[in-house]
Design a protein around this ligand. Structure first.
Ligand SMILES: [Zn+2]
Length: 135
């Protein structure tokens, strides 16, 4: 998906790939709605051996990203209701926003972790070359 973005952070984020080499998968499963495994991820990149969790508790910071995504979704839903249904009551706004936030929770959870990782690691085109010279 979006192979012309390879080398950009957006590629890693949208494809849940390793932030350093953009090759290895981050999540164990590609389906965010596999509720048994949606939060599980590989410990290291299968291609360049990049350690995803840089330190214990590293992914707690992803909660800030998750909060930001939830606010963005809420505002988008609020504006959509305002434009599409101008006479809607506040109950409709609250119900729609809650439905969307709860419904997209597995997606937001996964996305926020990948975004958080990408804030601290940029693409390194030599990551795979360096790894191959080690072996
Ligand atoms: Zn990698």
């Amino acid at each position: 998906m979006l192979s012309n973005l390879k080398g950009k952070r957006l590629y890693s984020i949208l494809n849940s790939k390793c932030p350093r080499c953009h090759e290895g998968d981050f999540h164990l499963t590609n389906n965010p709605y596999d509720l048994k495994n949606f939060g599980k991820n590989h410990e290291k990149c299968s291609e360049c051996e990049y350690r995803f969790e840089k330190e214990p508790g590293f992914f707690y910071g992803a909660m800030y990203v998750s909060y930001g995504l939830a606010i963005a979704f809420s505002v988008a839903i609020g504006v959509a209701i305002l434009v599409l249904f101008p006479s809607a009551t506040y109950v409709v706004y609250i119900a729609a926003i809650l439905l969307v936030i709860v419904g997209t929770m597995p997606l937001t959870f996964r996305l926020s972790r990948v975004i958080w990782m990408n804030l601290f690691q940029h693409f390194d085109p030599k990551a795979l070359q360096n790894d191959q010279t080690k072996n």
